[in-house]
Design a binder for this molecule. Structure first.
Ligand code: TXA
Ligand code: MG
Length: 311
């Protein structure tokens, strides 16, 4: 049988949809130059058309062809972190059409490091538009099984690539305006980026992006973030069946309890699979023990806060 990656590239060329592994989360890919393919991608994802999508490439050189200006900071970040979990927002070139940019003047570019993603991008040779391979607003998939459960029949092919190593989405840095703005904390720590440049936090003027919505990356079961000292009380006060995601040891009163690693990389790697497991347990509420407020937990905190934001 034909190599699955070559088959996948053929499907993309014909305007089809391919889910593929990346080091962050699984992506749902379409030919970024095809209006029809991208329209189908948005329909399957259930994503509003005005939200931009990240375009993936096998090299910085091919990615930067989609930008009309590549500031020195972008060159430096790319040299240091690509391939890897970093997305750069740059002023778009004529290659980046309105249907991938949400009609904004910028485009999101990323060169992932997962070997299957790299092979697919090398084989396809062009840009692949890919949001996370889940329905809009819900939990991102970190395994092929997650994608199958979420989108199954609506995807032409799902490439297998094991569990995602990073487990949360890429860090997004906007270099399309003045200075550098951190739009989404993620796979690359802010402190690593700050070895190269100084970052501003995002403001009201920053571009629209769906990961910036208050409730996003969310389980179906209502979820609540509680400080460590309040966990016991929260369990006591809940009259319904609860599921708990925590650092501490299981409490006998709680039927479903997942214990998470005390370091942020390990926590991030397990996060979405853990939330899926708790979501499937049929509880009325998920209680999440809040991680520390220190900077190395920023990306995990961001995802947990959005998962626990009121619907
Ligand atoms: O790790 C990742 O980034 C994964 C994998 C598959 O690469 N992708 C991902 O895509 O998380 P998605 O679409 O779920 O989230 C991409 C975020 C969205 O919040 C989107 O709005 C934002 O990037 N984005 C894309 N292009 C943008 C642009 N031109 N300006 C501002 N935000 C942009
Ligand atoms: Mg997403």
């Amino acid at each position: 049988m034909k190599d699955p990656v070559r088959r996948a590239a053929g499907i993309l060329r014909r305007g089809g949809l391919v889910a593929f592994p990346t080091e962050t989360v699984y992506g749902l890919g379409a030919d970024a130059a095809s209006a029809k393919a991208v329209a189908r991608l948005y329909a399957v994802k259930g994503r509003p058309a005005e939200h931009p999508v990240i375009v993936h490439f096998s090299s910085a050189e091919s990615a930067f062809a989609w930008a009309r200006e590549v500031p020195p900071a972008a060159q430096q970040l790319a040299a240091r972190f690509w391939p890897g979990p970093l997305t750069l927002i740059l002023k778009r070139s004529a290659l980046a059409k309105d249907f991938v940019t949400g009609a904004q003047d910028s485009v999101g570019l990323r060169v992932p490091s997962h070997p299957v993603a790299r092979k697919l991008l090398q084989e396809f040779k062009r840009g692949v538009a890919a949001p996370s391979a889940n329905r809009f607003g819900q939990l991102s998939p970190t395994s092929a099984a997650h994608v199958r459960a979420d989108l199954g029949a609506e995807v032409d092919l799902i490439l297998e690539g094991g569990d995602s190593k990073v487990g949360i989405e890429s860090t997004i840095v906007d270099l399309s305006g003045q200075g550098a703005v951190l739009l989404r904390p993620g796979g690359i720590a802010k402190s690593s980026l700050e070895e190269i440049l100084s970052l501003q936090e995002k403001s009201a003027a920053s571009p629209r992006h769906s990961g910036g919505l208050e409730r996003h990356y969310a389980p179906r079961t209502p979820a609540r973030l509680v400080p460590s000292f309040g966990l016991d009380k929260a369990i006591t006060e809940t009259n319904a069946r609860v599921a708990v995601l925590a650092f501490s040891r299981p409490d006998e009163r709680v039927a479903v309890w997942l214990r998470m690693p005390r370091e942020p990389e390990g926590y991030a790697r397990r996060l979405y699979a853990a939330l899926r497991e708790l979501d499937a347990a049929g509880c009325a509420l998920i209680l999440v023990e809040a991680p520390p407020r220190s900077p190395e937990w920023a990306a995990v905190r961001d995802r947990l806060e959005r998962a626990c934001a009121a619907a």
